[in-house]
Design a protein around this ligand. Structure first.
Ligand code: TYM
Length: 333
């Protein structure tokens, strides 16, 4: 709770150009909490360095991600939008929470297993304790809800376990957060391999639709999307490519699967792919226009970053010092 309001918190890594997976699974839903919740949305640059980043690109994407938050409808006057490394309490709480997290728990995280397989030459401790920093992000703000895609569910569950463990020793320390996962946008799949999640770090750029792709590129990518040898536009087991396109179409139009099946009854995959590309490009066009305007004024973005970090620090400092006191750390003023 924050001033009598429930709290929503989420974050996105500036580790690649954002995809429609990030948009439909997370970003697009963030603004739906703005009226009823106190919202904190963070660009998690500290998480991004668990994998090697090119500094100039990390810097550019940090600005871009914040600009995309705003372009997707998050008003910085109503929402606290900031960069994780600007609020040092995230790293400080993460250290404390490391002491309440078990090696076995972290070893079971599927993202750690996947990423360490992918970056076998750099299985660093940060990659291993990544979910603890994420728990710290969430718990610092006494968060009630965490809107995320389904791939982050396991991390939010671990965060709940850590919070409960701390609360058992120090009652009422943390609010226990709830992951909020949208139905249709929960897991957007790769267009090249619909068994795999669409990911901003995919090397095959045709497998991924980026939020900032232009209309022609979006349509071309959907046209090439892998489907099946069946002819029917129907949501069914084994039709992963078509199911993914139906999900994407549903997210952008708000239509149900049945409505979509009816709309495309008797039509071919080519027509359907074209329609998915069109609704996607049309929905992203205003976001892209706002993004370009916002990014144009770097100074104004920096002012927002600073304001967001000040607001976030104020809340974060309160939670951290409450826990430090409970732990027995000496506080001198
Ligand atoms: P990240 O940067 O990988 O992704 C940001 C958000 O996008 C969602 N997402 C997807 N949703 C549906 N389909 C997809 N293909 C897809 N790809 C990504 C993710 O689930 C996420 O919600 N660890 C987080 C960042 C983070 C965070 C946090 C999130 C750090 N601290 C605290 C919530 C709360 C991550 O790597 O997200």
């Amino acid at each position: 709770m924050f001033n009598g309001q429930k709290v929503s918190f989420s974050g996105i890594q500036p580790s690649g150009n954002l995809t429609i997976g990030n948009y439909l699974g997370a970003l697009k839903n963030f603004s739906s909490y703005s009226e009823q919740y106190k919202c904190f949305y963070c660009v998690v640059d500290s998480h991004a360095i668990t994998v090697r980043q090119v500094p100039a690109e990390l810097r550019r994407r940090t600005y871009e991600t914040l600009a995309l938050y705003m372009a997707a409808g998050l008003d910085p006057e109503k929402n606290t939008l900031y960069v994780q490394s600007h609020v040092h309490e995230h790293a400080e709480l993460a250290w404390i929470l490391n002491c309440f997290t078990m090696f076995g728990e972290l070893s079971r995280m599927t993202q750690f297993k996947d990423k360490s397989a992918k970056h076998a030459d750099n299985i660093n401790a940060g990659l291993f304790t990544y979910p603890v920093l994420m728990a710290s992000d969430i718990l610092l703000y006494q968060t009630d809800v965490v809107p995320v895609g389904v791939d982050q569910k396991q991390h939010v569950e671990l965060c709940r376990d850590i919070a409960e463990r701390v609360n058992q020793i120090y009652p009422d320390m943390f609010t226990i957060p709830e992951p909020i996962i949208s139905t249709t946008g929960r897991k957007i799949m790769s267009l090249a391999d619909p068994m795999k999640k669409m990911s901003k770090s995919d090397e095959n750029t045709n497998a991924v639709v980026y939020i900032l792709d232009d209309k022609d590129t979006i349509i071309r990518k959907f046209k090439r999307a892998v489907t099946d040898s069946d002819m029917e536009i129907r949501y069914a087991e084994g039709k992963d490519g078509i199911n993914n396109l139906i999900n994407i179409y549903a997210c952008f139009t708000g239509k149900s699967n049945e409505e979509i099946e009816r709309e495309f009854a008797g039509k071919g995959y080519g027509d359907f792919k074209m329609a998915v590309g069109e609704v996607c490009a049309d929905a992203l066009a205003p976001v892209q226009a706002r993004f370009n305007e916002i990014l144009d004024d770097k100074t104004a973005l920096e002012v927002q970053m600073k304001k967001g970090a000040e607001e976030a620090s104020y809340v974060a400092r309160r939670t951290l010092s409450k826990l430090q006191k409970k732990l027995g750390f000496v506080q001198v003023r």
